[in-house]
Design a protein around this ligand. Structure first.
Ligand SMILES: CC(C)(COP(=O)(O)OP(=O)(O)OC[C@H]1O[C@@H](n2cnc3c(N)ncnc32)[C@H](O)[C@@H]1OP(=O)(O)O)[C@@H](O)C(=O)NCCC(=O)NCCS
Length: 126
C-alpha cells in the first residue's frame, strides 16, 4: 500500500498517559480533485468513547491537513457504522454513497482512500 508508507498518526492520551485513541492520516493528490487529507482509520478505546475524543482527533487531523495545504478532508466507512457516520456528520462532513455515485472521480477517491470495502466516503472542504 503505497500511501501508507508515510502516514501521520496522532494519539489521544488520558491525564494518566494511557492511550485512549488514535487517528491515522495521510495526504495525497487525486486527479481532478486536488490535494486531499485522508483519515485512514480512527479509533477510541471502548472505555473512553462518548467523551469527545473522536471529535478532537478528527479536529487534529483537519489541522494537519490544512498545514499540508489539502483542500478536502476525507474518510470512509461501512453503511452500518452509525457511530462513525454520526461523528463525521456532527463535524460538517457530507456523505457520498459509493454505489449511488459511480464514475471516474469516485473510483479515484476509492483508490486514494483504500476504501475498497466501504460504502460511504465522507468529505469536507477545509
Ligand atoms: C467512531 C468512534 C471513533 C467515535 O469515538 P468517540 O470518542 O466515542 O466520539 P465522540 O465522543 O467524539 O463523539 C462525537 C459524536 O459522534 C457521534 N457518536 C459517536 N459515537 C456514537 C454512537 N455509538 N452512537 C451514535 N452516535 C455516536 C455523536 O454525534 C457524538 O456527538 P455527541 O456526543 O455530541 O452526541 C468510536 O466509536 C470508535 O472507535 N469506533 C470503532 C472504530 C471505528 O469504527 N472507527 C471508524 C472507522 S472510519
Amino acid at each position: 500500500m503505497q500511501g501508507l508508507n508515510h502516514t501521520k498518526v496522532f494519539i489521544a492520551e488520558t491525564e494518566e498517559r494511557n492511550l485512549a485513541g488514535f487517528v491515522e492520516t495521510y495526504v495525497t493528490r487525486v486527479e481532478k480533485v486536488g490535494k486531499i487529507g485522508v483519515i485512514y482509520y480512527i479509533a477510541v478505546k471502548p472505555e473512553y468513547r462518548h467523551k469527545g475524543i473522536g471529535r478532537s482527533l478528527v479536529f487534529k487531523a483537519e489541522e494537519y491537513f490544512r498545514v499540508r495545504k489539502a483542500i478536502f478532508s476525507t474518510a470512509s466507512t461501512k453503511y452500518d457504522n452509525l457511530a462513525s457516520r454520526l461523528l463525521f456528520k456532527s463535524m460538517g462532513y457530507k456523505e457520498l454513497l459509493v454505489t449511488h455515485n459511480p464514475g471516474p472521480v469516485v473510483e479515484r477517491l476509492i483508490k486514494a482512500l483504500y476504501a475498497y470495502e466501504d460504502d460511504i466516503i465522507f468529505y469536507k472542504r477545509l
